[in-house]
Design a protein around this ligand. Structure first.
Ligand code: HEC
Length: 121
């Protein structure tokens, strides 16, 4: 019984260590890259951004979103980590009131998938 408890604790700790939020060099856990790519098309991010692997995304209203994992800041404002990227995608107007990027009512799940996709490019 004790062994089972210890094993459960170890598994729990291991799962905790894999939690990627807060670190740029790890993927967003549980995210679906293909769903992220599709969400980018659905929300029309490509009407303002160039995004690798998304043919429809070829505009320069906002900055190109290539090599996003290597950026230090999001919109020159938030430290670049998964939590902040998900937040920015959902609420750019809360981060920078008046920015040209609109709040697009992106769901948390879609924002996580999109963030994971951007970090993968
Ligand atoms: C109407 C145009 C527009 C749309 C649509 C738009 N964005 Fe943006 N986006 C911008 C602009 C402009 C900026 C620069 C904001 C700033 O720096 O203040 C930006 C910034 C960003 C950044 C930070 C870029 C950097 O270099 O730090 C990310 C990430 C981003 N957008 C993702 C998205 C995603 C994902 C979507 C779709 C859900 C989207 N954007 C839709 C205009 C847009």
């Amino acid at each position: 019984m004790l062994k089972v408890g210890a094993l459960a604790l170890i598994l729990l700790l291991a799962a905790g260590c894999q939690r990627p939020i807060g670190s740029v060099d790890k993927p967003v856990l549980g995210a679906d890259l293909e769903a992220g790519r599709e969400a980018i098309v659905t929300y029309g991010c490509g009407s303002c951004h160039v995004i690798p692997g998304v043919q429809e995304a070829n505009a320069y209203v906002g900055p190109p979103l290539n090599k996003f994992e290597q950026r230090h800041y999001i919109a020159g404002n938030l430290p670049n980590n998964a939590d902040n990227l998900v937040y920015w995608i959902q609420f750019p107007q809360s981060v920078e009131p008046g920015t040209a990027m609109p709040n697009l009512n992106v769901t948390e799940t879609d924002a996580r998938n999109i963030a994971a996709y951007l970090y993968s490019q």
